[in-house]
Design a protein around this ligand. Structure first.
Ligand code: GDP
Ligand code: MN
Length: 346
């Protein structure tokens, strides 16, 4: 029986990455925030906490992205929150807006039908999901960097982060890190799993051996359990997305039109990208990082809770919620394999 109040030792960040915080050694890394001008209050809230809990000690630079120019007010207020470098980028038109080859009649019928679902009738939300899936990592302001941390408006960081997560990613050869994982809503993934299955069958040479698909699918690869990493929090290596394999995967999915003919999110697409093109040991659960995006949070248990002086209640942590897919992630590393005994024999 798994007890998530005592996470496995393997998820702990080694001491040396705490000690590096006190040196001048830093990774090639950037904090990325996609936001609208009207997200200013939520952005100020997130950055204030992010600086207090982590970045005032590290000074990692920020890049803000928007499909329209940021206002002077936005730039001024945000820049005042940190001594680190802050840059504001405009997203190229062709990276954001609904492509011409999308059948707008079909797309609008879908939006109408999906109206009652969260963001179901929104074009801008779909543009955002497509941008986060296939384009953010191509932005010129992000080109110089190897790693990023995605931050959103109105999130909370519960604990002091006294280690360098980017040097950890680099030093331990990690490609993708998450804090919360659960099944995606059924109604926004129409056609996604069949497309992923088709891609896998058509491109066996692009799939990384010892990958993490066992967390997401049954042993025959027939069904997806809809588990995904919640991508509003991400610490990851840009080269995962900039790889030929992922770019081909994204272009294949994009051509299916599912960003507009359904409401595919960037979270499941990044999840499949990480699960197919990284090794499973390159996907990391950051147990140390207490985090809340309404309405789910991850709150570290002892001894991490005291060490990070976390401002959260462990009993409210999503880790132990029945929906959490953390047990499926953990099973990837079980000696019995993700599907139980003898899973390697079939
Ligand atoms: P949710 O987390 O799925 O509920 O969606 P959010 O509203 O938080 O949007 C996800 C991220 O994309 C946040 O960082 C938003 O600020 C950003 N975002 C969403 N829609 C837009 C948009 O139309 N333009 C821009 N520039 N950013 C957006
Ligand atoms: Mn959000």
């Amino acid at each position: 029986q798994k007890n998530w109040h005592e996470p496995p030792y393997k998820t702990r960040v080694p001491e040396k990455y705490y000690l590096m915080a006190n040196t001048s050694q830093r990774a090639s890394a950037v904090i990325v925030i996609l936001a609208r001008n009207r997200d200013l209050r939520g952005v100020v809230s997130s950055i204030t906490q992010f600086e207090a809990k982590f970045n005032h000690k590290f000074g990692y630079p920020y890049v803000f992205l928007n499909e329209v120019p940021f206002t002077e007010e936005f730039k001024k207020e945000v820049s005042a929150l940190t001594t680190a470098s802050v840059k504001f980028g405009l997203i190229p038109h062709e990276h954001w807006f609904q492509p011409d080859w999308i059948d707008e009649a079909r797309a609008s019928a879908v939006r109408h039908r999906m109206g009652p679902i969260l963001y179901g009738d929104s074009v801008s939300y779909r543009n955002m999901c497509r941008f986060q899936s296939g384009f953010f990592f191509r932005h010129e302001l992000l080109e110089p960097f190897k790693y990023y941390w995605r931050v959103e408006p109105d999130v909370q960081f519960y604990c002091d982060i006294d280690f360098d997560p980017f040097l950890f990613m680099e030093g331990e050869d990690k490609k993708y890190a998450f804090t919360i994982t659960f099944p995606e809503f059924k109604r926004v993934i129409k056609g996604l799993w069949p497309a992923v299955k088709y891609f896998i069958a058509a491109n066996p040479d692009l799939i990384t051996p010892d990958n993490a698909m066992g967390m997401l699918a049954d042993r025959t690869g027939t069904y997806w359990n809809r588990c995904h990493f919640w991508s509003n929090f991400e610490i990851a290596a840009f080269d995962l997305w900039r790889s030929d394999a992922y770019l081909k995967f994204f272009e294949f999915l994009d051509a299916r039109g599912g960003f507009y003919y359904s409401r595919w999110g960037d979270a499941p697409i990044h999840t499949f990208g990480a699960a197919l093109f990284a090794r499973k040991d390159q996907i990391h659960f950051f147990n140390e990082i207490g985090y809340l995006h309404p309405f789910f949070g991850h709150c570290p248990a002892e001894p991490l809770h005291s060490r990070g002086r976390c401002e959260c209640n462990v009993t409210e942590s999503f880790d132990t919620h029945p929906w959490s897919c953390l047990d499926k992630y953990d099973a990837l590393f079980s000696p019995d394999g993700p599907w139980g005994l003898n899973s390697n024999t079939s």
